[in-house]
Design a protein around this ligand. Sequence first.
Ligand SMILES: Cc1cc2nc3c(=O)[nH]c(=O)nc-3n(C[C@H](O)[C@H](O)[C@H](O)COP(=O)(O)OP(=O)(O)OC[C@H]3O[C@@H](n4cnc5c(N)ncnc54)[C@H](O)[C@@H]3O)c2cc1C
Length: 282
Amino acid sequence: MCATVCSAESAATVASYRCRIVEHYWVNQRYKYIRLESDAPLAPITRPGQFYQLNCPATTEAQPFLLRPMSVYGAGPEAGRIEFLYNVTGVGTRAMATLPVDGHMDIVGPLGNTFTFAPSFRRVLLVARGVGLATMAPLVHQAAEAGAGITAVMSARTPGDLMEKEFLRGATAEVHSVFDSDGTSSVEAVEALLRRILAEQRPDAVYTCGSHRLLMLLQRVLQDHPAVLAEVAMEQRMACGMGVCLSCVRMFNCDGDKQFLRVCREGPVFRIREVVGEVEFG
Ligand SMILES: Cc1cc2nc3c(=O)[nH]c(=O)nc-3n(C[C@H](O)[C@H](O)[C@H](O)COP(=O)(O)OP(=O)(O)OC[C@H]3O[C@@H](n4cnc5c(N)ncnc54)[C@H](O)[C@@H]3O)c2cc1C
């Protein structure tokens, strides 16, 4: 059996919610922030790592068919407040980007499980790339509230893509930024950085999201640190988001037993050590 990553225990509250758009603006050239307000108390039932399926609107240019999965970027302090940070990339998110403030959007959730976090953790290491920072921002908040030290390795194409302020949202962390543009995000450079942080800081837990390459690198370097809890939030293409269509299955190594698990239902958070990177057939 695969290790059970924290269940969010909110399956009974999964529902469709009609929300009012309170804020909606560009954070940089590719990412938009949207803040929704629901009459239902969504913040208390939404956990870090969970996601919602968003009903993107039909426009004259595009009619998005499926709902789009999006991690919760923030929830609360008001009970009805939910935030997302999203990359405007394809049909659905381009249509979503046109939604006006005071308009409405339907969302379904909260879906999936949550990161494992213990109040006894003294230090955590977060490794984020791209939109992975939206998924892990609530974890930054949780760790900061618990008084845990936070070390973040943030990877981006260029300094303009980094969004450090949006990631930390006022929390204090030791941040190591690495970029494609100057070569500091190369596997060799990041491996040396991660090995040094793990050896010197001995974090209780390591979390990652947003890059398969960083995930595989962490899996390798963590072999020398078997006691460290290590989790990844996976962003697999998915359709229903509720475990029915099976389009998001991935293979995991559960104590030597290879199993297909649904990212939407058994995840999206999994143990880094159990992810199978390359699937071998035959
Ligand atoms: C659990 C989860 C959390 C996510 N959180 C965020 C987030 O916080 N911010 C953010 O910007 N993006 C996030 N993504 C990725 C986001 O769902 C896709 O970027 C988005 O669906 C693209 O839709 P589109 O119509 O604009 O693009 P298109 O490429 O036109 O999408 C076509 C279809 O592919 C699916 N799809 C496309 N890319 C992805 C992807 N990377 N992952 C999963 N499905 C995809 C869409 O759902 C849609 O059904 C998340 C994905 C998952 C699975």
